[in-house]
Design a protein around this ligand. Structure first.
Ligand SMILES: O=C(O)c1cccc(C(=O)CC[C@H]2O[C@@H](n3cnc4c(=O)[nH]cnc43)[C@H](O)[C@@H]2O)c1
Length: 227
């Protein structure tokens, strides 16, 4: 883990919700939206699927939780999730877990080594998406791809959406968090606030400020939607 998880005291008798972000800025944006709701415990576990899985697993070993949420900024596939919008995952997909061949990519599923897809908890995901829509926030439901390398060309972006037609966004942590949650039999959600389009590397196309505001809005609605 590149950053130590920051655990917050929770006085409720109910098991809390665990939210794993990559960096402190994402955690703080969510905390602003959550407004001190002590049902939530947040940890910034570092960038990438390995740090995310290790951070989530450590938090889950230390206390009991009822739900795990992977949240942060992400890239939106063009025409599906614009910058500033939110994506609520229907599934977390390890998009680069497999083997490259001269004829194309073979997923870990096709190789017979497990599954590259973990489904999000459908009812809560739908409720959160509906609440965001009702609040007037642009939101898309679709698969969130977990990659170890940020996509940096139009060719790679096209290849990903052709191979995974339901892809709405990509980020680097969701599948790692989902593996840790699945290891404990816990439901999982992923929320991505879109900071940039997936495609040719262009730092000027990034809008971290709007993405952090969107993450804050998602935090505020989580307090209403979760039981
Ligand atoms: O320098 C670049 O060109 C560049 C482009 C996109 C993302 C990065 C990062 O280092 C971000 C890593 C961090 O943010 C999430 N994130 C945000 N946008 C994306 C994306 O388009 N693809 C993958 N991850 C993204 C990610 O979850 C990490 O936590 C640098």
């Amino acid at each position: 883990m590149s950053q130590a998880p920051n655990f917050y005291f929770n006085s409720s008798t109910e098991k809390p919700y665990l939210i794993i972000t990559a960096v402190e800025a994402e955690k703080e944006a969510l905390q602003r939206g959550l407004g001190g709701d002590n049902r939530f415990v947040l940890a910034a576990a570092g960038v990438g699927p390995a740090s995310a899985a290790a951070g989530a697993a450590a938090a889950l070993a230390a206390a009991d939780y009822r739900l795990v949420i992977s949240a942060g900024i992400g890239g939106g596939f063009v025409g599906r999730a614009p910058v500033g919008s939110l994506v609520i995952a229907d599934a977390m997909i390890a998009a680069d877990l497999g083997a490259e061949t001269p004829d194309g990519f073979i997923s870990v599923d096709e190789l017979g080594f497990g599954s590259s897809r973990i489904a999000a908890e459908p009812e809560l995901s739908a409720r959160l998406a509906e609440a965001l829509q009702a609040a007037g926030h642009p939101v898309t439901t679709g698969s969130v791809l977990t990659v170890s390398t940020v996509t940096g060309t139009a060719e790679t972006a096209d290849r990903l959406v052709r191979r995974i037609p339901g892809a709405a966004a990509e980020a680097m942590e969701g599948y790692g968090v989902a593996v840790a949650a699945a290891g404990r039999g816990l439901p999982v959600l992923e929320i991505r606030a879109i900071s940039n389009p997936v495609g040719p590397r262009d730092r000027s196309a990034w809008n971290i400020i709007d993405a952090m505001k969107a993450l804050e809005s998602a935090g505020a609605l989580l307090t209403e939607v979760l039981p």
